[in-house]
Design a binder for this molecule. Sequence first.
Ligand code: SF4
Ligand code: SF4
Ligand code: FES
Length: 274
Amino acid sequence: MTTAPSRPSASGSRAPATGTGTYTGRFRVWRGDAGGGSLQEYQVEVNEGEVVLDVVHRLQATQAHDLAVRWNCKAGKCGSCSAEINGRPRLMCMTRMSVFAEDETVTITPMRTFPVVRDLVTDVSFNYAKAREIPSFVPPAGLAPGEYRMSQEDVGRSQEFRKCIECFLCQNTCHVVRDHEENKAAFAGPRFLMRVAELDMHPLDSAAATGLDRRATAQDDHGLGYCNITKCCTDVCPENIRITDNALIPLKERVADRKYDPLVWLGSVIRRRR
Ligand code: SF4
Ligand code: SF4
Ligand code: FES
């Protein structure tokens, strides 16, 4: 049976370190695989200006050569280095060591919502499966690529969602699936409900003309009703996308409009009779 990574207390930022030079920091890093694991203690050199990923790399280079960690850009743009640091979901490459006190033990664990592959690496294929379930953009009939025209005013609302780096920290944080494996089949998660909202707001998306009702699919196929707008996903987004306020709540409003619009209701009754 898989032993879930132990859950440290969720401490956010604390008093910044007062020193300016090098010090020896204390770390607890979850080591193990799908069969189980535990927190291992390490002491690692920390230098001024470093981020958590620098320390993990030094740990890997000097003491734990087989430590598994996923990363690519070290610039907060590839979304690979997601983990939980002192219980808070964060990007390791964008978490400065200066937010922790020098005498504080920093605990690094893998994302809890996804199965562990090894050490800090999780299997995030749940997210790719959910991405595939969302019907893609439907181009308007009669227009070829290059002939599309949109005004900035029309794209403004959904442009924010394009900043997503697919780090899956929001997916990892959402309580609907974090502690409820059984909900994963029915719930796409904030990142992909945001994708449905983006397509529904897209001025050129012509899904409706093909009979695809994106609002209905959000509710019926992607589990929008599970979301109770707690905003936990928004709190951890490293791109500061206002997932709940700007995507999920408007999508819920659109679903409600559709459900209680008398014309939509009449149309669905007529369709049912036919
Ligand atoms: S706002 Fe909705 S999607 Fe976001 S964490 Fe809360 S329940 Fe999950
Ligand atoms: S919405 Fe934010 S937290 Fe979620 S995957 Fe995209 S960048 Fe990461
Ligand atoms: S290594 Fe790319 S986001 Fe951290």
